[in-house]
Design a protein around this ligand. Structure first.
Ligand SMILES: [Zn+2]
Length: 577
């Protein structure tokens, strides 16, 4: 881990003077499709003409350089667009990439097919790893020209959903709110305010229920058709391929959910009952679901600038690796976290490979979510920064369950510094963070099982789908009552979950990662230093191996192993006393 500084020197050489490392100074030049096509063709010809594995690998490095250049350019344009959506220039650039990206992906697939079919495959596999080849195979089995029209239609449907949700206009005492602004009132410490906000929330879904059902029905049928054209029985296999699930499939996931139902749901229910007592309630309604304390959830103190400064202090103290990393991020303006009128909503971490620089984008709003940016998103960023020095670019293709371990574990590793942000509410924050992580797992598995049930039987009617959700609620969240909210009581709540519409089968990743992050929590409470070293090692391994091997290499237990959930619940229960 001491060679990070070395990487910088190398990177500086690559992009020029130190000054150019600052985000605002990074050079931007539009990718011209014709030029790119020419360069790619040249690389492909050279690759095919090469006469040994070693020679082909040298050409492959040119592909890395070109890929890094394209990725860096597109990401710079996207971020600058998101920072100020009123900026005409980057608006155009953003639209331009929307248009040409399918073609760029197509060029890449054409090249990768040559790599996959290379006569020197064994030598190449030794250099870039088995995982890369498995992923290529999955990629070739998830796309085909024949399904492009359906994919276009699928995109249009997901946009329809996004627009419908984003366009919600809720009247709140004369003020017009969208659904995400309404959420603030749905967790208000005054229960009557929560009830009113939740009623308005339900009303929106009830009023738009038919439309939301129609969009979903069309999506399910569209995806099923894509799968059948590609030779699959239903969408499940195809969905797994699209998320590069290269070392576990439906069977493992099903067994994992079974363990969660049997051992984790009773544990989560215990946490809910404790919370119910703390809130002084007779029963837990869905309106109490995200409320942890009678006088409200803990919120960070201080201005955004103070939060950022304290973040720097925290990472300076945590380890020498995080110290170097946070200074690099701050000195090079690799953050944009303040909310502004023309800024895009939401938050993310992106990585600029040519600069080996992560970029964190967020909209601070005065809730504990601001601290998640400093812990969760920075976990992703640190991993990007550490693994960016790996010359084998395929190792950066991490699957989502792995990526979320980096971020969710960082939320626990930074706990000793939470008093910098929460003052006298620190204990409350740590408790509510633990509880919210735990109770998320049953919910996440429920979302996952719902999708399996839906795609297994695509002919189900919308009413039948609602029935499945209502049934699953009883299995995964037996504590929760929807009394007084008939649309949700009959199983309409899933319609608020973006992933179900836009990213099918992406959600179990959070549950798998959370189980691993809890392993780190248990480990760091016993031996912080040892747990931290393992974490850094996991970050460094990136995607050099399959997920199940990576976790074991880092000293964690494979979350799919029989008995692991039961064992963990035992250890987590000890923490409650
Ligand atoms: Zn994340």
């Amino acid at each position: 881990m001491t060679s990070l500084a070395k990487t910088h020197i190398m990177i500086l050489k690559k992009v020029g003077k130190e000054e150019d490392m600052k985000f605002s100074k990074m050079n931007y030049q539009r990718i011209q499709l014709d030029e790119l096509r020419n360069e790619a063709t040249q690389i492909m010809n050279q690759f095919e003409a090469a006469e040994s594995g070693a020679e082909q690998f040298e050409i492959h490095k040119k592909y890395y350089a070109l890929k890094d250049e394209v990725a860096t350019t597109v990401i710079i344009a996207r971020i600058r667009h998101d920072i100020d959506t009123a900026d005409e220039f980057y608006n155009q650039e953003n639209d331009y990439y929307d248009e040409i990206l399918p073609e760029i992906k197509n060029l890449e697939t054409t090249y990768l097919k040559k790599v996959f079919e290379s006569p020197y495959r064994n030598e190449l596999e030794e250099k870039i790893g088995k995982v890369a080849f498995t992923n290529m195979d999955l990629k070739f089995h998830s796309i085909d020209e024949k399904i492009l029209p359906l994919m276009k239609q699928e995109n249009a449907l997901t946009s329809e959903y996004a627009n419908l949700i984003a366009g919600a206009k809720i009247d709140w005492k004369g003020e017009e709110l969208n659904l995400s602004l309404l959420r603030k009132y749905m967790t208000d410490s005054d229960r009557a305010v929560r009830a009113m906000a939740c009623k308005k929330y339900e009303q929106f879904f009830q009023e738009n229920g038919e439309e939301l059902d129609r969009i979903y029905d069309e999506l399910v049928k569209n995806r099923t058709e894509q799968a059948r054209i590609l030779g699959f029985e239903n969408y499940i296999e195809l969905g797994y391929n699209r998320f590069n699930r290269n070392c576990y499939r439906k069977e493992e996931v099903e067994a994992f959910r079974k363990q969660i139902k049997e051992y984790f749901v009773p544990f989560a229910t215990k946490l809910h009952i404790k919370r119910q007592e703390r809130l002084g309630l007779n029963e837990l309604s869905f309106i109490d679901n995200d409320v942890y304390f009678k006088d409200g959830n803990p919120a960070p103190a201080g201005t955004p600038e103070e939060i950022m400064e304290n973040g720097r202090k925290m990472y300076h103290e945590l380890s020498k690796e995080t110290k170097e990393f946070i200074d690099f991020m701050m000195e090079n303006e690799l953050f944009d976290v303040l909310g502004r009128k023309t800024k895009k909503a939401g938050g993310y971490m992106e990585f600029l490979p040519q600069y080996n620089a992560p970029f964190v984008f967020a909209n601070f709003n005065g809730t504990s979510g601001d601290i998640d940016v400093i812990t969760h998103e920075m976990g992703h960023a640190l991993q990007g920064y550490i693994s960016g020095k790996d010359p084998i670019r395929e190792h950066a293709d991490i699957t989502m369950e792995t990526a979320e371990i980096h971020s969710m574990s960082m939320e626990f590793f930074t706990e000793p510094w939470m008093s910098l942000f929460f003052d006298e509410q620190t204990e409350d924050y740590i408790q509510s963070h633990f509880e919210s992580c735990a109770v998320f797992i049953p919910y996440g598995c429920m979302v996952d099982e719902f999708q399996h049930r839906v795609y297994e039987k695509p002919e189900m009617t919308p009413a039948q789908r609602h029935g499945v959700w209502a049934e699953l609620e009883k299995a995964y969240r037996p504590h929760l009552s929807y009394k007084g909210y008939p649309y949700f009581e009959k199983g309409g709540f899933w319609q608020k979950q973006l992933h179900i519409y836009e990213l099918p089968f992406y959600y179990i990743d959070y549950c798998i990662a959370q189980i691993c992050a809890f392993q780190y929590k248990i480990w760091m409470d016993e031996n912080y230093k040892e747990a931290w070293e393992s974490y850094l090692h996991l970050c460094e391994l990136s995607a050099s191996d399959y997920f199940v091997n990576l976790v074991e290499e880092a000293g964690l237990e494979n979350p799919f192993k029989e008995g692991i959930v039961k064992k963990m619940v035992g250890k987590l229960e000890e923490k409650l006393n």
